[in-house]
Design a protein around this ligand. Structure first.
Ligand code: 13P
Ligand code: SF4
Length: 301
């Protein structure tokens, strides 16, 4: 089917089936363009919890669609590409989270939203890259087990010297491979550009940035800043939205280009088939979902 036809069919099916399409900021441009809402993990989970519809088609990766299902069990949540996962989320198993709790019984466990439902269920509270520091600050105890991203854990620790952060040693391969030298090179080419990076980047990369933010925070910063040029230290998909919403400004990616393979799997055809066949439905065992919801609700409060 031609692209225009597919888009027409998606719009028609969406209406017929009372569905909405949520897309993460890293999705390919044409998916972002047909979505009802594009955002970061926190914005998308809030949207999923608050929106009224029968079906949510989640264009992103599995943990994001799972989060939507945990918060809105009465809705049918579809992940158009069932293979779309997050290698960072897969680095920690529920068993390992349980072991950490046994090792540090006086600590609370904070799970980055980039975790599977079983790990969230073992956690006291969730966080996203947009609120990690705030969530950790509000925890009453001094000791915090932070899973699974070691770079985000280090960013939280740096901002909260009064807390003792015990990090799990996971990392996002896309952000962890951005080197200080890659940023320096981009700065050489665009000396008057502001450097914005994601907190999943290495500490030495974060140190030389002008701004550290979630993908949603990056969108806001680019819009509100008087600067005209920006070097973007995160997955390249976000540049589509940055350019679209700020046509008078310039955005430069880092090289080698940071690409999340899983975020790039979903195509327009997959979205069409997801709507048509109501596939691939996210299912979570109820006892796990309830426990995971507690950790998510605590974060949203
Ligand atoms: P955001 O919550 O900042 O959109 O990040 C999600 C993610 O997967 C980063 O790699
Ligand atoms: Fe996971 Fe990294 Fe891809 Fe984000 S960019 S979905 S953390 S692998």
């Amino acid at each position: 089917m031609e692209k225009e036809k597919i888009i027409e069919q998606i719009k028609k099916l969406k209406k017929e089936k009372k569905a909405i399409i949520l897309a993460h900021n890293y999705q390919i441009g044409e998916i972002q363009d047909i979505a009802d809402f594009v955002g970061d993990s926190l914005e998308l989970s809030k949207k999923a919890a608050g929106v009224s519809c029968r079906i949510i088609v989640f264009c992103g990766v599995r943990f994001m669609a799972e989060t939507a299902k945990i918060l809105s069990p009465e809705k049918k949540v579809l992940l158009p590409k069932k293979e779309a996962g997050c290698p960072l989320a897969d680095m920690i198993k529920a068993e390992e989270a349980r072991e950490l709790k046994q090792m540090y019984p006086d600590a609370e466990i904070v799970a980055y939203v980039n975790t599977n439902a079983e790990v969230k269920a073992e956690s006291d509270i969730c966080c996203t890259s947009a609120n990690a520091v705030e969530v950790a600050r509000k925890i009453k105890v001094e000791k915090i087990i932070f899973v699974p991203d070691k770079n985000l854990a280090s960013y939280v620790a740096k901002n909260l010297p009064e807390k003792r952060i015990i990090p799990f040693q996971g990392y996002c391969y896309v952000h962890d491979k951005i080197k200080k030298e890659d940023i320096a090179k981009a700065k050489e080419n665009h000396p008057d550009a502001k450097v914005i990076v994601h907190p999943e980047c290495r500490p030495e990369v974060i140190e030389i940035a002008d701004m550290v933010a979630s993908t949603g925070g990056m969108i806001r910063f680019a819009k509100e800043s008087p600067a005209k040029k920006f070097i973007i230290g995160t997955e390249e998909g976000i540049i589509h939205r940055l350019k679209k919403e700020n046509p008078e400004k310039e955005f430069f990616p880092i090289f080698p280009l940071p690409v999340c393979k899983d975020m790039k799997l979903t195509t327009l055809e997959d979205v069409y088939l997801a709507l048509k066949e109501e596939r691939y439905e996210i299912e979570i065992e109820e006892s796990i979902r309830k426990k995971a919801k507690k950790a998510l609700d605590r974060m949203l409060q």
